[in-house]
Write a protein that binds this ligand. Structure first.
Ligand code: FES
Length: 240
């Protein structure tokens, strides 16, 4: 399968609050991830059909987004429903933003660019958000880094081995003792990848001290991924 056929995480759920939006990229496609005031997450192409302004610069109002530039308003299905300069106009149905499917699992918002997406697995679990890492390396290098950094168990002196397993193509579980980190892998472009990290377990166990503990691991992970990229780069490759 190609990366285009996978479901990818595009944000940690907690980073997109109700009535907010953020721009991101998936396989070079500009996307806006936003959450309406009822809490439903949406993923759209990040481009206003009028003059191309990024919708992630706009304003979430109730269940729609208003573009920053001329204020055109798009409902939750992506259809333009109001043009301020022509308030009485019955807006043509063809004025529409391309909309992608959006699901929340494992504390992350997921989407796919596939025209025939595989069914999104129903399985979900209780998680505590850790952080998102934005890496200057390819998808495969980010997954390799997940295999290279040892995890230390939280609140335990016991020695335990780190094990890494693929839950699916874009979700990796890194485990140590009773601790388990879920890493969603977002292919931003051929040279950039995001890892969205969640701690599997209840808030009572991980909120605060647990998050701080595993944040140290995340920083070592970033170093490993970036260092590997620099080591493999040729003089013609951009390593900035
Ligand atoms: S560019 Fe969005 S309303 Fe004009």
């Amino acid at each position: 399968m190609r990366l285009e056929d996978f479901w990818h995480p595009v944000a940690l759920s907690q980073s997109i609050e109700p009535r907010s939006s953020a721009g991101t990229r998936l396989l070079d496609q500009e996307l806006v991830v936003w959450r309406d005031n009822s809490g439903v997450a949406h993923v759209w192409e990040d481009r206003c059909p009028h003059r191309g302004m990024k919708l992630s610069f706009g304003f979430v109002r109730g269940d729609h987004i208003a573009c920053l530039y001329h204020g055109w308003q798009y409902n939750s299905g992506g259809r333009c429903q109001y043009i301020p300069a022509h308030p009485a106009l019955d807006v043509p149905k063809t004025i529409k933003v391309p909309v992608y499917p959006a699901h929340e699992r494992h504390g992350m918002i997921w989407t796919t660019l596939s025209e025939n997406p595989a069914t999104m697995p129903e399985h979900d679990e209780m998680v505590v958000p850790l952080r998102s890492l934005y890496l200057g390396c390819a998808f495969d290098a980010a997954v390799a880094a997940l295999n290279s950094v040892r995890l230390a168990p939280f609140a335990s002196q016991a020695q335990a081995e780190t094990t890494v397993s693929g839950v699916n193509d874009t979700l990796v579980a890194v485990s140590c003792g009773q601790d388990r980190i879920l890493a969603g892998v977002q292919a931003i472009s051929k040279t950039r990848t995001a890892l969205h990290l969640s701690l599997s377990g209840p808030a009572e166990r991980y909120l605060g001290a647990g998050q701080n503990h595993f944040n140290e691991w995340a920083l070592r992970l970033r170093h490993a991924a970036e260092h590997a990229r620099a080591a493999y780069a040729t003089p013609d490759q951009d390593v900035a």
